[in-house]
Structure formats: C-alpha cells, structure tokens
Design a protein around this ligand. Structure first.
Ligand code: GLN
Length: 554
C-alpha cells in the first residue's frame, strides 16, 4: 500500500458577504475529495462568544444541530455530516467562547507554569491544538476548516492568525479557499469583480493568500472576469472556480468537479488522488439524479413557530427536518412540497385549521415555550380526527400526548410543566436530573442531549420502519411523558412503542394502524440522523403514508 501522506488542512474563508453558501462550499469540497478515495473530516468555527449554540434562539441563529455526544452546534455541522456521510463530535466544533474557556481553565490549573498567558500566541495555539486533535481523532487525510463570518470582521481575526501560523509551519500541507460573491447590480447588468478584489486584499493583510477562489454569484463567471480576478488577486485562472446559483445544494459537488476542483486540490497539496472515483461517488451521483427525476408531488404542512424574522420567513430553524423529508421523498421518487404554517394563525382563527385537509401529511417539529402550542394542538387534533398522516418531533410528540389526553381521555387541563407549571395534570413533566440543574440556574447544557438507546416494541409502526428492536437516536429536551399517566393513556389506545432501556422514559408514541394510517411522535430528533445516502426509516414511513393518502384522495 502507498504510504499515507502527511495530513492536509484546507481553510475555507468567506469574502464580501455572508449567506452565500460557505458551509455548502466547504462540505462539497469534502465530498469531492472523499469521492477521490480520501478520508475527510470537517471543523466549523463560529466566532461568537457563546460556548455552544444551545442557548441561542433559532430565529437568531438557525437550527441548533445536536451531535452524537450531545454538543449543541451550528447547522453547518449538519451539512458536514450529511455531505460527508460521517459522524462528528465536539472536537469538530469551535467557538471563541470555547477556545477562551479552555485557555482560562488551563491557566487556572497552572498548566502554563507561571508564564504570562497572552491573546497571541496562546489563543491561536489552542485553536491549532483543537484542529490537530480533530484530524487525529478521525485519522483524516484532509481536514476542512470553515472559519465563520467574513473577512474584515474583528471577530474571526484570531482564527485567521491560527491558520496563518499553520501555513508557516507546514507550507505544503495547508491551503486557503476564499468563498466570495460577485454581485450583478440591476442597473448595470454586469458581474462586478471589485468587491472580491478588496476581500482578497483584506485577506492578504492577515498574511494569507488564497490558493483557490470560489466565485459565487447568480450567474457563471465568464473568462474575461476570471482573468481579471486572476490578475488582481494573484491567483491563476484555473484556480478561480465559477459557482453559480443551483437548483439544489447537492448539485454543488458535481459543479465543482466540472471545474476539476478535486484534482486542483490534489496538485496544490501533493495528495495522492487516484484518477478513478471511489465507489461512494456512484452512490452520490445516483442520489443527485433522484432529486431531478422526482416529479410526483407530496404536500406536507409543517406547523411551527420559528418562522418569522421581520418581514421574512425563515425556514432555516428546521433545516435538518427539511432535508430529512427530502431524502425519504426522493428515494421514493417523490417531490416534497413543504408549506410553513405559523401555529399562531390557528389560535387567532380556529377555522383556518381546515386548510390542513389539502395536505398529504402534517408535521410538528421541535420547539420550546408556550407560544403557539394551542395552535399546534389544533393541528394535531385535526390530523388525528381526519386521519391525515401526522409526524411529531420532540415537542411535536409531547403535544400529541397532551392533545390525546385532553380530547380522548377527557383530562381537559392536561398540559406540560413548560406551558403551565401550576396545572394539576402535568402529562409532560421535568426529568429529575434536569430539575436540579435548572434550580441552580444552569440553563446552558441543562437538557437530555445527544444519542441514547431505546427499545422498540415488535408489531408497532416504528418497529416495522426500523426493522430492529434496538435503536439509538439523538435527543434535545428537558421534559418527558410523566410516568404516572402512561397506563391511563395506553388504556385509551395510544401506544408507547419506544422506551428507554430502563423502561422509564417514553421515546415513541403511536396509534395502531387500524385506528389511524400514521399518527406517530418521537421524543428524539430523527432528523439529525437522516443522510442523503441513508434516509431515516421513520421519515420514510411517514412519506409512504403521505403517498397512500394522496392516492386515496384521487
Ligand atoms: N420543549 C420541549 C422539552 O424541552 C421539547 C424540546 C424539543 O422539541 N426539542 O422537552
């Protein structure tokens, strides 16, 4: 076997503006290198001071993506796991807060042996230490490091400094990619390169020269502008990659390969890349083809609340849910059409809930707090009574249990401690261990987080979907179905078909198929485990139910 080359590091940095798909570009670079037979891992750096993304409002920051080990991270981590078909851990995620916290803790533990601990070099050295640890843990040939924010911001300077220091240490093993944006001002109608030229100069001022420029824009980059960028940014034209808007983010790796980007990285980093693609490339290509082939629609209503920011609708808060639906739909040759419904609308106008009859399925995703819960429960009741396939995720499962207790068992004041702690009927209550943390005011990290095992009852919908009795899923919640009510609820027909191994905690609730075609909720977040090349079995079961409903409506 050929000797493994030294580990390589690719830093991805944003220029001009944020929000142009730096995370997708970085994930796609990982994908094309993986398809050349290399092992790849990824690191996301968020420059904010929060130690993790757990305490942030989803409308502020998008989805909180939970890793196997319970780390609460940025949604880009989800893109990495999905594009690379891999599992990442907390060492793959870094924030300014996290880096400073380690340095300060080490200083308090006298680990710097009486030295003066300074911002430079000690902070960049800690960053480099973390990057190397992530590489070692994965034994990766290539480690992709996405530095959050855009060049010129004060916030990400120390991360750039760490990247520069690594390049000095091992010039042949480190490459820099700038993901830039080329606007087309409407009155001029011509793609402008000047903002990118400025961004590269600002990057140069940090001591970094980009090896590759990814030129994002609404259109492809023409030769003339490629040459102009090459001239003014000191980068040869074949290293400037045109990256126009695409229909699906999963088209990006294929587009990069049209510009021979994986071969370019192999040259820049002297990587042994076999000319023949790895078998994973075939699987990826067939997934991408399935996206464009799907034409038959299934219509799904997502009833949630983290949609509004000012005048805009932000579906980012549920990114993994959207992707999980897509993978299961594409695998069945279906095109999912998602409609975002603000639960509060059903509270303001209860009759509006009837609009749900037009849909093939209803989904209530995870959530927190009491705003919108009554509207969500109206949607759940409607789906249950009209036999519309229903899938409840986390809060969507808890509210499904409350709705059942209220309207089937007749416990009218049934609720969750999160909604009304004074109620006599807390169907959903706090888990003992979490109560202690909360009473101490420790909100960060106070939830049941990460992967836990569960057992699934044979004969249930869930068991048929998983094809197994033992499962492991990722969690992020404080509250649980109150064990005191389990027998009463089950006697009334709702089955707890998934339980924690000690039998104490309810993980899955469902109605038997003879009562309802698909009425199922899970205490965990299956969306975090759905991958393009491995759709999640419960989403697949839900989509199958929506397809059957669509057929029966005809
Ligand atoms: N708010 C609920 C809890 O904390 C559900 C959490 C969620 O949906 N992620 O238990």
């Amino acid at each position: 076997m050929a000797k493994k080359s030294d580990p390589k590091f690719i830093f991805v940095i944003g220029g001009v503006i944020s929000g142009v798909g730096k995370g997708v570009a970085a994930s796609s670079i990982g994908r094309i290198l993986k398809d050349r037979g290399l092992s790849v891992t990824a690191i996301k750096i968020d420059p904010y001071v929060n130690v993790d993304a757990g305490t942030m409002n989803p409308t502020e920051h998008g989805e909180v993506f939970v890793l196997e080990d319970g780390d609460e991270t940025d949604q880009d981590m989800g893109n990495y796991e999905r594009f690379l078909d891999t599992t990442l851990t907390r060492i793959n995620y870094m924030t300014t807060g996290r880096v400073y916290l380690s340095v300060i803790e080490r200083e308090r533990a006298l680990e710097y042996k009486g030295k003066c601990v300074e911002v430079v070099p000690h902070i960049p050295l800690e960053i480099i230490h973390r990057i190397r640890s992530a590489q070692k843990k994965a034994d990766a040939d290539v480690t992709i490091i996405e530095i959050g924010g855009t060049i010129g911001e004060y916030q990400n300077m120390l991360f750039l400094e760490a990247a520069r220091m690594m390049k000095i240490e091992q010039p042949r093993d480190v490459a820099f990619v700038m993901v830039s944006y080329l606007p087309v001002p409407s009155k001029i109608g011509e793609m402008k390169t000047k903002p990118t030229q400025h961004a590269v100069r600002t990057l140069n001022a940090s001591g970094i020269q980009p090896d590759v420029i990814i030129a994002r824009g609404t259109h492809s980059l023409d030769e003339k502008r490629k040459e102009k960028l090459s001239f003014f940014c000191n980068t040869s034209a074949n290293r400037i990659i045109s990256a126009p808007d695409v229909e699906s983010i999963y088209d990006v790796p294929g587009n990069f390969e049209k510009e021979k980007l994986s071969t370019l990285f192999c040259d820049i980093l002297s990587l042994p890349c076999p000319a023949k693609k790895a078998p994973s490339a075939l699987a990826w290509n067939s997934f991408v083809r399935s996206i464009h082939r799907a034409s038959d629609e299934v219509r799904i209503a997502v009833v949630g609340k983290y949609f509004d920011t000012g005048d805009f609708v932000l579906a980012d808060s549920y990114l993994s849910v959207i992707e999980a639906i897509k993978y299961s739909a594409y695998a069945q040759n279906k095109k999912p059409i998602l409609t975002w419904i603000n639960a509060i609308d059903f509270e303001k106008n209860p009759k509006k809930v009837e609009m749900l009859s037009q849909f093939d399925g209803v989904l209530v995703p995870g959530g927190f707090g009491s705003r919108g819960v009554e509207g969500k429960m109206k949607a759940i009741r409607y789906a249950r009574e009209r036999k519309i396939p229903y899938f409840g995720l986390c809060y969507g499962m808890q509210l499904m249990v409350i709705e059942y207790a209220r309207n089937v068992l007749g416990i009218k004041s049934a609720t969750s401690r999160e909604i009304d702690p004074k109620s006599k009927h807390l169907l959903i209550d706090i888990i003992d261990e979490q109560e202690k943390k909360l009473s101490e005011g420790n909100y960060g990290n106070s939830m049941r987080l990460g992967a836990y095992k569960a057992y699934v009852r044979p004969g249930s919908i869930a068991h048929a979907a998983y094809g197994a009795a033992s499962i492991s899923e990722r969690h992020r919640h404080r509250y649980e179905v109150n064990p005191e009510y389990i027998a009463e609820i089950e006697n009334a027909g709702l089955v707890f078909s998934g339980k924690s191994p000690d039998g104490r905690l309810c993980e899955i609730a469902e109605l038997p198929t003879k009562v309802h075609p698909f009425f199922l909720g899970v205490q965990f977040h299956p969306e975090f485990l759905a991958h393009p090349l491995a759709p999640h079995p419960l989403f697949t079961a839900f989509i199958k139910a929506t397809v059957s409903r669509k057929k029966s409506k005809k």
